[in-house]
Design a binder for this molecule. Structure first.
Ligand code: FE2
Length: 448
């Protein structure tokens, strides 16, 4: 045996519900999960391999980042800050930074953020990469990073035409060249194209390229507070008619926060039928949308709760890390889940665990990770995170960092516990980790 995790909580088959009891997870020499068996504190396991005591912590499949921009990360303030805080000025700042890109610059920044994400339990990442650059410098750099991390992380690269496919000179040729060089997913940005017609045409091109090369589609779609921006219906129709269905994703779709009831109803039905995924990015959406509103000011998010209820797969992404669109961030998925659940008002007893699934299982579906390869099940790769919290709710509430991050049977990150020593007046010093569990959800009553 290569490793054993002793006494962990697991999610049930119908995740994100919890399984009752504690479990041992045994990892075989080939880096796959050999056995998942009930924990017996009287029974001593074989003294071979790495032994991890879970102490009732939650062992889950790794976090999944369905939407990040590794090429723009860590460039905030370069060459100037985004003074208005709008999406549009952010794009202008980035287009000024773009000509100074070098391969080493992008490799260095992208790798740094991936290191942060791995340390926080993210082992599967979809990054967008701006292809509206005649040199495709960032793409070549990210392909190099993909090679370097491939042994323990999944890195999908979206060919993302930040300044348009139709409206940017040579945009389609650059998109096609990016795919030829090895991009995994085809992107688009229809709301940024010069006209409605250009936007529709750009989605037609993106789906055609994806079909020609057997790739997925992930478009930045309707990232604007304009109720007239309705490209998601075009994307969904393409997904239906080409058969790409769940292999297509609409990211952002913030305009959906401005649609009226009648159109929203029609759209929910279409999106559910189409099988497409939605990715909301709460940091960017809260920050960038509503900037042209007086009051009342819109929240800036897509219809997360309503689309989940309609049966659409919705995930949460981090999007930007210290770049022209978000000055802050460490790539932390539990922070994304926390901000996302407040922004979308997923605060009900059964909704908070759903927010956890939006940075794990639901995000895994966006990337198309095979079900047999993602989860704590026998035969799956031994890739998991051990959280020092007994449930998804507690992990989000306490914003814990994984105690261990394991990829294919090897520990890649370890964070020792760091309780706070509290000297309460009149009492001897004690340690606290804010761990008294919630009583919100009776189905998650914990028996420790
Ligand atoms: Fe984005």
């Amino acid at each position: 045996m290569r490793m054993i995790v002793r006494g962990a909580r697991l999610l049930a088959a119908d995740r994100p519900a919890l399984r009752t009891g504690l479990y041992d997870v045994e990892v075989a020499e080939d880096g796959r999960i050999a056995r998942v068996i009930p924990y017996d504190d009287q029974k001593e396991p074989p003294a071979t391999g790495v032994r991890i005591e879970a102490h009732g912590g939650l062992l889950t499949a790794p976090f999944v980042e369905p939407h990040i921009h590794l090429d723009t990360a860590l460039t905030a303030g370069q060459p100037r800050p985004n003074a208005s805080g709008t999406l549009w000025e952010g794009i202008a700042c980035w287009s000024e930074r773009k000509p100074t890109l070098t391969r080493e610059d992008v490799v260095d920044r992208a790798t740094e953020v991936l290191r942060w994400q791995a340390a926080q339990g993210v082992l599967h990442v979809r990054t967008h990469c701006d292809t509206t650059d005649p040199a495709l410098t960032a793409l070549d750099a990210l392909l190099e990073v993909q090679d370097r991390v491939g042994g323990f992380m999944t890195l999908q690269i979206v060919a993302f035409p930040q300044e348009g496919i139709v409206s940017f000179p040579g945009g389609e040729a650059l998109l096609r060249e990016a795919v030829a060089r090895g991009a995994d997913v085809v992107g688009a940005i229809p709301h940024f194209e010069d006209t409605r017609e250009d936007g529709v045409a750009s989605l037609g091109i993106a789906f055609a390229v994806a079909e020609e090369h057997g790739l997925r589609v992930d478009a930045h779609c309707d990232e604007i507070d304009d109720e007239q921006s309705r490209f998601v219906e075009v994307l969904a129709a393409h997904a239906l008619r080409t058969g790409l269905r769940e292999r297509a994703t609409a990211s952002h779709t913030t305009a959906m926060g401005s649609y009226g009831g009648a159109y929203s109803f029609k759209l929910q039905r279409l999106l559910a039928r189409s099988g497409i995924n939605l990715v909301a990015n709460p940091f960017a959406n809260l920050n960038l949308q509503g900037r042209f509103d007086a009051y009342p000011r819109r929240r800036g998010l897509t219809q997360v709760k309503e689309m989940l209820a309609a049966g659409v797969n919705v995930a949460f992404g981090h999007d930007d890390v210290m770049d022209p669109w978000n000055a802050l961030g460490t790539g932390n998925p539990l922070q994304t889940a926390l901000v996302g659940l407040y922004a979308a008002q997923l605060t009900g007893a059964d909704e908070i665990p759903v927010a956890f699934s939006m940075v794990t299982d639901r995000a895994a579906r966006v990337l198309g990770l095979p079900e047999a390869e993602y989860g704590i099940t026998e035969g799956a790769p031994a890739s998991f995170v051990l959280l020092p919290a007994p449930s998804p709710l507690e992990a989000i509430r306490r914003q814990v960092r994984p105690r261990y991050v394991v990829s294919r049977g090897t520990v890649v990150a370890e964070t020792p516990p760091a309780p706070t020593r509290l000297s309460w007046p009149g009492e001897p010093p004690t340690e606290t980790d804010f761990g008294r569990p919630s009583t919100l959800n009776p189905h998650e009553h914990l028996d420790t």
